[in-house]
Design a protein around this ligand. Structure first.
Ligand code: CUA
Length: 350
């Protein structure tokens, strides 16, 4: 692949970079930066790699899609250069020299024949690729049922031996086809892990399917790709591709009930169990995410926050601020020490 990793900050004046992401420190500096044309390559190259880039494929379907993108891009550049070349040529030469015959062929050739040939080749090629995106290289050993809910993902792993419930995180064995079965109880969402495959909508009243076949171990990020409400942008999820042995160990641990901890009593006392399931405790709710092993996940609230105690406290106390219009209410009315104890308990649910 022509695109290589590059620091997104390369080429940015030091004074323009604040400690948290990009923040322009002075109008003068930003104007000079923009006028230099530097943002274009920075944006272009920066978008080519990373945990949420379809141009950094780590799955069979994503590789086909990325190949297609580069071919279409190359062809587009050739066509663009040819058009610009002809335009410059036409501006420079004497108008009277070109005959009507030459002009007619230029219009027919450049405007009808070449576009028809180029677009037909691309159409036939893409129609040929589409079925291969749906056909696994061998029968999927693992099925993951995913329900796209109000700004979070309900996840159920299903194979010949077990059924395991989880949420907001997807783990996959390396090199094996996995069938994702998508549903939604409310509105249309769209499941998308750009590094692994294309998008697939989750539609109320229907079941849709997507095939993932990871080709590289790594951590990626999935995102809801269909506007579904106020917190649509915060409806993401962590993805981890692991070697088969590691995946087997992880799913065996995920299938077990939670370790007995004192915090379970507080969780039940404050009514959290009405919506959340923690297997092995009195918490049997199913309206919200299963939290049996929530402490082992990388993120909180469908990748809205990192999995840290301070962020768990923030989530419990200021739910609505972190994720507007989510179904879970804020619990700022609880005593601070109880919120802290709940966060400690959840983090310990490994
Ligand atoms: Cu769910 Cu956008």
């Amino acid at each position: 692949m022509a695109c290589k990793q590059s620091s997104p900050r390369r080429g940015i004046p030091t004074q323009a970079v604040a400690t948290r992401g990009f923040r322009v420190a002075s109008d003068h500096g930003s104007r000079r930066f923009l006028a230099s044309g530097a943002p274009l390559p920075v944006i272009f190259v920066g978008a080519c790699t990373g945990p949420q880039s379809s141009l950094d494929p780590a799955g069979r379907a994503a590789s086909s899609i990325a190949d297609m993108f580069w071919v279409v891009l190359a062809l587009s550049i050739v066509v663009w250069l040819a058009v610009i070349g002809v335009a410059i040529y036409a501006m420079r030469r004497n108008r009277d020299i070109a005959s009507d015959h030459t002009g007619l062929w230029l219009i027919l050739g450049g405007g009808v024949i070449i576009p028809t040939v180029v677009l037909s080749v691309l159409l036939v090629w893409s129609l040929g690729v589409m079925p291969t995106l749906r056909e696994p290289s061998r029968p999927p050993a693992l099925v993951v049922e995913i329900s796209a809910e109000r700004f979070w993902w309900r996840v159920r792993y299903r194979d010949a031996n077990l059924v395991v419930d989880s949420a907001n995180e997807l783990r996959l064995p390396l090199g094996e086809p996995v069938e994702i079965i998508l549903t939604s109880p409310d509105v249309i969402h769209s499941f998308w892990v750009p590094n692994l495959a294309g998008k697939m909508d989750a539609i109320p009243g229907r079941t849709t399917r997507l095939l993932l076949e990871p080709e590289r171990v790594g951590r990626f990020r999935g995102q809801c790709a269909e506007f579904c409400g106020t917190s649509h942008a915060q409806m993401a999820f962590a993805v981890e591709v692991m070697p088969r042995a590691g995946f087997d160990r992880w799913i065996a641990a995920e299938a077990r009930p939670a370790v007995p901890l004192a915090g379970a009593v507080l969780f039940e006392t404050h009514g959290c169990g009405a919506c959340h399931m923690i297997r092995g405790t009195a918490a049997r709710g199913t309206a919200g995410p299963d939290l049996t092993h929530v402490g082992s996940r990388r993120t909180i609230a469908a990748a809205a926050l990192p999995m840290r105690e301070a962020d768990l406290i923030r989530w419990i106390a200021h739910t609505e601020d972190v994720k507007p219009e989510v179904n879970m209410p804020s619990f700022a009315m609880l005593p601070r020490r109880d919120i802290e104890a709940l966060a400690t308990y959840l983090l310990a649910l490994k």
